[in-house]
Design a protein around this ligand. Sequence first.
Ligand code: SF4
Ligand code: SF4
Length: 212
Amino acid sequence: MFAAIVRGLLTTLGWGLRKPVTIEYPDVKRPVFERFRGRHELKRHPNGLERCIGCSLCAAACPADAIYVEPGENTDEERYSPGERYAKRYEINMLRCIFCGFCEEACPVDAIVLEHNYEISSYTREAMIYTKEMLLVPPPPGVPGTPQRTPAPPPQYMERPVSNPQRVDRTPPGGYITSYVPVEVVGEELRPWLLNPVDEAEAPEGTPSHAS
Ligand code: SF4
Ligand code: SF4
């Protein structure tokens, strides 16, 4: 009996000396796995244009019918994306979403990506309809947002390295094309089609441009 009491006290003492496992959320956040699928983001090109071309393939692939896309036409005076069209309206109903990632898989230009943010609770249903303004990431520092006054890119395209670490282990040996950057031909060289001459002065150092 006495031995059992001592054993119990020692067990309590042993646990008391261990490092606590409690995470003081929300001040401390436990890192998620690389392939964790959280809140969606709509990505941009390095020149600030939106990657989304309003094709609605994500909406077609969504098993929960959670995505609504309304396309609009780009013009040289008001350009949102390098393609003919852009997403004039883009909404995700987060109450329907099951975070399966099918939208991300279906997107031909890697515009929609499920990132690592899991803080998406709310008090109302309306607040769970995420609009394009909520989903679209800000442009890179020193780069203008959209719309931009810029001509359509030339029709050549080249493969671009995978940018999202979540995608890396899905790429088969030898790779496959997951996203594209519009390029222009300068002599025999292919260069990324980026800022128009009007915006080059505002580009961050090291950003390729038409004039470089
Ligand atoms: S993660 Fe799945 S359920 Fe959610 S919007 Fe994308 S396709 Fe639909
Ligand atoms: S996110 Fe991708 S799949 Fe969806 S409309 Fe935009 S370009 Fe098309």
